[in-house]
Design a protein around this ligand. Structure first.
Ligand SMILES: [Zn+2]
Length: 255
């Protein structure tokens, strides 16, 4: 891991003074690469936090362009950028926050044919996509490549975020939680259900916190725990996901 220069020592001073991060933790963040799936509302909460924290390499995958109805929650984008590539705009925005971050846009829709190629070479995947089919594809690829996955989703006033390492003994993957029923179903898109913009930001920011904790090594690992936030009652709760021995991605029969 490379050392921190004077600019970085100043930029990350509030991290470095934290006993749980310190210079070593900051260098781990600098050495890390994260792939973020979807440059939408969850990513708008997560990506600025990751760039500010000094994650060395951020790859943003999204094939969409900015529409007016995105701006209520997708604060990476401005009103004068309608019609432009979300992935490209996000990368420019992040390098504006922190020029030390190498932000790479990939204008593509992730699917079963390209997921493993896109994920390969990253230390962590943060999935902020808006449908089960994509989330399952991303999870299966992350499990196959043994890359930790943070899956984060928001709809209406509910959010859920979890860290998964499904290839490890006794650990569930995201598919263990969801099952196989949603592989071809976009039933939960927020266009149909609606979503409170500030809630997607909360979920995305919490996902970034999980990512930073995992990379630096702060606190208990938390793998296989789903964090649920209710924006109506303003309560968080945690549920432990059980590993499914019959899971077709991580189960005992799958390898
Ligand atoms: Zn599984």
């Amino acid at each position: 891991m490379s050392h921190l220069n004077d600019d970085e020592l100043e930029r990350y001073a509030r991290h470095i003074v934290l006993p749980q991060v310190g210079g070593l933790g900051q260098r781990r963040l600098k050495a890390a690469s994260i792939l973020v799936v979807g440059a939408g509302g969850v990513a708008s909460g997560a990506l600025p936090a990751l760039a500010g924290a000094g994650i060395g390499r951020l790859t943003i995958v999204d094939d969409d362009t900015v529409g007016r109805s995105n701006l209520q929650r997708q604060w990476l984008f401005r009103d004068d950028q309608l019609g432009q590539s979300k992935a490209r705009l996000a990368a420019i925005f992040l390098e504006g926050i922190n020029p030390a971050v190498n932000a790479s846009p990939i204008v593509a829709r992730i699917d079963a044919s390209n997921a493993e190629d896109l994920l390969a070479g990253h230390d962590l995947v943060l999935d902020g996509s808006d449908n089960f089919a994509t989330r399952l594809i991303v999870s299966d690829a992350a499990t196959a490549l043994k890359i930790p996955l943070i899956s984060a989703a928001a709809a209406q006033l509910q959010g859920q975020i979890g860290l998964f390492r499904g290839w490890e003994d006794g650990q569930p993957c995201y598919r263990c939680f969801v099952g196989d029923a949603f592989d071809a179903d976009d039933c939960d898109t927020c266009a149909e259900l609606g979503v409170l913009g500030a809630l997607t930001g909360t979920v995305g920011n919490f996902a970034a916190l999980l990512a930073i904790r995992a990379i630096v090594g702060i606190g208990p690992d938390g793998g296989g725990t789903l964090h649920l936030f209710d924006g109506l009652t303003l309560t968080w709760r945690q549920i432990r996901i059980a590993a499914d021995p019959a899971c077709k991605a991580c189960g005992a029969t799958s390898s």
